[in-house]
Write a protein that binds this ligand. Structure first.
Ligand code: BES
Ligand code: ZN
Length: 644
């Protein structure tokens, strides 16, 4: 990723704040420190900056806020462009405000007008220079009385949010496909908006596509016929990172009255079978954490280039097809994206440095849903797999400040916040609280957190305050404030980390030991009934220096190189690269050229590089690149170019 050094970013943020912003007036660090109560340690004190101001937006949201977006767009596949008009409704937080500041990235701004909603007149505006992380600042003069701003623009073919797939890159091979991925700060390359999780807006859209294609969005979808014109409405206010669109040859299959699956026609049946438990997950989540607030919940299965496992776009989670394992073993990701309907979409991190409030809380809820639908055995196995991954990540992290839940505000890029720290350390923090207070107390607490903060942005401090008030004050014996603050502000993993105990994994450990000691042949390891989680634990636990011939024995018995479960194939290929097990290399190349999911491809490219196979990695990337989303193209290029 192209990174901006922090001082420049901080400067840009200050400049972008506008007159009314606190961090702009409290310009001296001393003044900022004075406003903060005693901090845990020196590093936290040094970080006593304004933790509510998002440094990754130009928007002057303390002065003027966008409250609604009405989007009209035509999807031009040949030009890889959205030709659009965005009408923004604004609210003056500061009655004296004379400007609206928006985020834009690679947008071709054609015309800007302002008005009262009935009539519009051309408005003066300026588009600032392109910062590699932030994009450009779009400043629009707001005449007195102006309530609406109308912007005609076109997106760039290289827009960071959008991937344009040729027919050959789809499952059906006949029609093109496009989709967006706006988290964390890519919405600004799709539309001029206040691209910060701290600002929420309602929105609506009219989208035109070629007549035989369907557009879907993260909103009330147009369930009408495929005719090339679709209307959408999102009546609940959401941040811009949750705005999403896809268009292509898309079919639908219902899973229940209110839940269904969208996918290319050749994928939709398999997806409906794989994700048949989604209604049960939603029932469980609603029973635990309060009613589902968004109307329908549908899943959209994307082509394999989708760079994430899933993305919690409201009412319509976007999902990778690599979850289609045939045995529902990877549906934790559905539980995860559904869980974001409470943690993230309803209660949203105010800045990306509090990403654990989105991802950690969601990972905890995900595991509760997995437990309810698939049983404690699977839930505990998934906890153990996550904890091992977190421990390895902490061990390899050279910047200890990035292992705190409450991350520093001066990240190089918001995406830096999305590591196992946010996900797994956050999850285990909540599990620690669950253990100390008991579910009878903790479950209602979390439900109240969602209810009292619904449709709001929250900081780590908000959570801490709510925790102290609602749990700690009433049960002072259960957990000390020092223990809680260690979770929030100390690097690494606290000694109070709950330890998942899986009897199934103990058996897998014994089997692995027997194989490694030469005491048992692969066929006699008792693997017949192993689930994907057991296989993952078995493979991940193989020593890094295992010989290629020993991997060959396992491969001969279990054909792990060609596993149709993407998680197992990935885990195996990582071992294979590390051990120099050549027979798996064609499968690695095949995987990298067909799948664009970051969780798999970033570590595989890094492993190739670390093994001294940089030339191979570069050759594969050259071939595979056109099939990756811009986010993934950039990340992989960074991995291969990095000096370590
Ligand atoms: N919100 C994330 C995806 C994301 C994070 C996109 C940061 C852009 C920036 C989503 O909910 C997620 O966490 N997906 C995970 C799956 C999950 C089960 C860990 C993924 O994609 O692997
Ligand atoms: Zn998530």
């Amino acid at each position: 990723m192209t990174k901006t050094a922090f001082p420049l970013l901080a400067l840009l943020a200050l400049v972008a704040c506008g007159k009314k912003d606190e961090s702009a007036t409290a310009a001296s660090p001393a003044a900022q420190t004075a406003a903060q109560p005693a901090a845990l340690d020196a590093a936290a004190a040094a970080g006593a900056e304004n933790r509510r101001r998002d440094p990754f937006t130009y928007a002057n949201y303390d002065a003027v806020r966008v409250t609604d977006l009405a989007l009209e767009a035509t999807v031009l596949f040949d030009e890889k462009t959205l030709d659009a008009v965005a009408t923004l409704t604004v609210e003056r937080v500061d009655p004296a405000a004379t400007m609206l500041v928006l985020d834009a990235n690679d947008l071709d701004i054609r015309r800007v007008e302002a008005g009262d909603g009935e009539t519009f007149a051309p408005a003066t505006y300026s588009l600032g220079p392109d910062d590699p992380v932030l994009g450009s600042k779009l400043t629009i003069d707001l005449p007195a009385g102006a309530r609406k701003v109308r912007i005609a623009y076109r997106t760039s073919p290289g827009a960071e949010a959008l991937q344009w797939l040729s027919p050959e890159q789809t499952a059906g091979k006949k029609r093109p496909f496009m989709y967006s991925q706006n988290q964390s700060i890519n919405a600004r390359s799709m539309a001029p908006v206040q691209d910060t999780p701290a600002v929420r807006m309602t929105w609506s859209a009219t989208i035109r596509t070629p007549a035989d294609l369907r557009a879907v969005m993260s909103a009330e979808n147009d369930m009408g016929p495929t005719d090339g014109e679709y209307a959408f409405r999102m009546p609940q206010p959401v941040p811009a990172y949750l705005l999403a669109i896809a268009a292509g040859d898309i079919a639908f299959k219902a899973l229940s009255e209110t839940i269904g699956v969208y996918a290319e026609p050749s994928v939709v049946e398999a997806a409906a079978a794989e994700f048949a438990d989604t209604p049960a997950m939603e029932r469980t989540a609603s029973a635990l954490y309060g009613p589902y607030r968004w109307g329908r919940y549908d899943l959209l299965i994307l082509p394999p280039s989708f760079p994430f496992g899933g993305m919690e776009n409201p009412r319509l989670s976007f999902m990778t097809p690599t979850l289609l394992a045939g045995d529902k073993s990877l549906t934790g990701v559905v539980a995860h994206e559904l869980a974001h309907s409470w943690s993230g979409n309803l209660v949203t991190n105010a800045t990306w440095s509090d990403a654990w409030l989105n991802e950690g809380v969601t990972s905890y809820v995900e595991n509760r849903l997995v437990e309810a639908v698939y049983g404690t055995g699977r839930a505990v196995m998934e906890q153990a797999l996550s904890l091992k991954s977190l421990q390895e990540e902490i061990a390899g992290q050279t910047k200890p400040e990035l292992t705190r839940l409450r991350l520093p505000m001066n990240l190089d890029h918001p995406d830096e916040a999305f590591s196992d720290i946010a996900y797994v350390k956050g999850e285990f923090f909540l599990r620690f609280l669950e253990e100390r207070y008991g579910r009878a107390v903790f479950d209602p607490f979390l439900r109240d957190w969602f209810e009292t903060h619904a449709f709001k942005a929250a900081t780590t401090d908000d959570f801490r305050g709510f925790l102290l008030e609602r749990l700690v004050a009433a049960n002072p014996q259960a957990a000390s404030i020092a223990e809680i603050d260690e979770w929030l502000d100390a690097p690494g993993l606290p000694a109070t980390t709950p330890q998942p105990k899986s009897a199934a994994f103990d058996k897998v450990d014994a089997a692995r030991r027997a194989f490694l000691d030469g005491a048992a042949a692969p066929a006699s390891l008792g693997t017949a009934a192993w689930t994907a989680q057991e296989w993952l634990h078995f493979i991940n636990g193989l020593p890094a220096d295992i010989s290629p011939s020993r991997l060959g024995e396992l491969d001969l018995a279990f054909d792990l190189t060609n596993s149709r479960n993407a998680e197992i194939a990935f885990a195996w290929q990582m071992k294979a690269i590390g051990a120099g097990y050549a027979p798996a290399m064609p499968a690695v190349e095949n995987f990298l050229t067909h799948v664009g999911r970051g969780k798999f491809i970033y570590p595989l490219y890094r492993a190739l590089k670390d093994k001294g196979e940089l030339a191979t990695a570069e050759r594969i990337l050259e071939k595979a690149k056109a099939g990756y989303h811009p986010i993934a193209q950039r990340r992989v290029a960074d991995i291969l170019q990095a000096q370590n």
